[in-house]
Design a protein around this ligand. Sequence first.
Ligand code: 5AD
Length: 345
Amino acid sequence: MKTLIEKLEKNNILSKEEFITLLTNLNESNLEYLRSKARKITDKHYKNNVYIRGLIEFTNYCKEDCYYCGIRQGNNNITRFRLTEDEILKACRKGYKLGFRTFVLQGGEDLFFTTPKMVKIIQSIKKEFPKCAITLSIGVRSFAEYQSLKNAGADRFLLRHETANSEHFQKLHPQNQTFEKRKQALLDLKKIGFTVGSGMMVGSPYQTIEELVSDLIFLYELKPKMIGIGPFIPHSSSIFKNEKIGSVKNTLALISILRLMFPKALIPATTALNTAIPNGRIKGLLHGANVIMPNLSPDNAKTNYTLYDNKAIDGLEGADLIKQLDDNLIKFGLKVKISRGDPLE
Ligand code: 5AD
């Protein structure tokens, strides 16, 4: 297995069969070999820096009905909220003081936040914080709309592909959403010049190793600069409430594999990982992640932005605790880096 891992490090890609072999042989010693290689590569390019992004969850209204998601339109069991432009700016101010130089505006696909409204919000943030990057995570929109958002000053865009297998995609989403549309949106974002992020859940219902391998190959072809993955976590009011949680071991192994495939990518240790296991964030970083996204949202937004059950919102999820975070990272030889944290070319 070590030779396969070395081959992946050298070529950044393996054949489908080789990936399957690797993913079905994740014993302790292979995992540790992968992990240490991944961390070394991260250190080589990014040193011990951990980039921080201030996450602002600004609406949990959503027109879509993704079967896995707690804020899907059909869930009548949650309190919906929208932040005002003023509340979003307040969150940015608080974040800026704490040292955040990237703000991530994440929301459901909320028709209230039309593209002209988003343009106005982006312009206001950029006017007050010209040196900060804005990342959007607001789902699928048209090419023209994406272009307006970019023109307004948005820098980056997160849109997970969720699964690169069309049939699997259809088991996770209603008919109106398709993998083809998702892929087209990602290509549009790239063409417009956004720094693009994508990724998938690990252990989503009906996912097998084969799907994960398609995801890796899809990502290799797309070449996003940011890649976010996390374990699937069931939500009690979603269609998948009785499904089982995704594997943390696979998630950590995949973070390392992605680091070998994309030496310079920005890879977050996600909230889902941190929810699934204690210290998930640190474990993710030690497996080759180099980004964390603490939550800057006001408390009511934090509690109601429930993509899955028991979402971690205490402790290190709170941006107020950035100092503790840095102290915690130092114990593992890592440190918080105060900067926009753009990807290396
Ligand atoms: N478990 C884990 N991740 C989830 N997401 C949505 N619902 C869940 C869940 N139940 C992820 C999706 C989405 C991102 C914002 O959150 O991958 O793209």
